[in-house]
Design a binder for this molecule. Structure first.
Ligand code: DGL
Length: 268
């Protein structure tokens, strides 16, 4: 059986493209529908009720596009909205937290794991709980980094400013002696060079996207949702709630790819 329907994914902006990248690499036969809610970026400082409302609007839109599976390409929504909205939709969904945590525990050498993420993700305690649930002996250190998403959305990764911001946020984690750092926001892999530079080669960096797509692929296989390669050509569609040009510019800059058509959709 082969299912040619697309996979839906969403984020507050360009961050979820770091997840798309892994879909293209690990499931090249799948089509996607991407929603970037850049009219509401950043999500980090927002209240749970508001985030859940955005997630519901976006999920309803993605379902109307005929998606067969949804990937929360946003840690903030994976932490806060997914556990609430999962029961309200029949389409199967996955978030980044559990796969990211399993990967971090696999690679950690000394059981001292840092999580850097938005304020909302850190405040939710989702990563901290999931890590402790896997192994109560782990030492877990959370760090909110509110300046990073606006820098990435403004195309300022790779600048002195982004380096300084990453250095500042990472200091307490370095002092805590972490051996592994979870990049708990999909915008942060765009700042990987900064993290690498500040932390040095000994600390392992975990981007939950790869482990999430591998887990998604397994679940889709079990549910008979994979598309057999060699069928219809794959198609990737992009929608945003705000300025399509800003999204295109960021995608060109980060992915080195031209996204010819990004449609603006107002959900409220
Ligand atoms: N990229 C999202 C995340 O992974 C949201 C970041 C934001 O808009 O604050 O959390």
């Amino acid at each position: 059986m082969s299912d040619p329907r697309p996979i839906g994914l969403f984020d507050s902006g360009v961050g979820g493209l770091t997840v798309s990248r892994q879909i293209f690499r690990l499931m090249p036969g799948e089509s996607t529908v991407y929603f970037g809610d850049n009219a509401h970026v950043p999500y980090g400082p927002r209240k749970p009720e508001e985030l859940i409302g955005f997630a519901e609007d976006i999920l309803t839109f993605l379902v109307s596009c005929g998606v067969k599976y949804v990937i929360f390409a946003c840690n903030t929504n994976s932490s806060i909205s997914l556990p609430v909205v999962r029961k309200r939709y029949t389409v199967p969904m996955i978030g980044l937290i559990e796969p990211g945590v399993r990967q971090a525990v696999r690679v950690s050498t000394g059981g001292r794991i840092g999580v850097i993420a938005t304020e909302a993700t850190i405040k939710s305690g989702a990563y901290q709980r999931a890590l402790k649930a896997l192994n109560p002996e782990l030492a877990v250190f959370g760090q909110a980094a509110p300046r990073l998403v606006p820098l990435v959305e403004a195309g300022q990764a790779g600048t002195w400013e982004s380096f300084e911001a990453v250095s500042e946020y990472v200091q307490p984690l370095k002092q805590a002696g972490i051996d592994t750092l979870i990049l708990g926001c999909t915008h942060y892999p765009f700042l990987e060079a900064e993290f690498r530079e500040v932390l040095g080669p000994e600390v392992k960096l975990v981007d939950p996207a790869e482990a999430t797509i591998m887990a998604a692929r397994e679940e889709m296989y079990r549910l008979g949702l994979l598309n057999n390669p060699g069928g219809d050509p794959v198609q990737h569609r992009y929608f945003v709630s705000g300025d399509p040009r800003a999204f295109q510019k960021a995608a060109r800059y980060f992915l080195g790819e031209e996204i010819p058509s990004v449609q603006q959709v107002k959900l409220d």
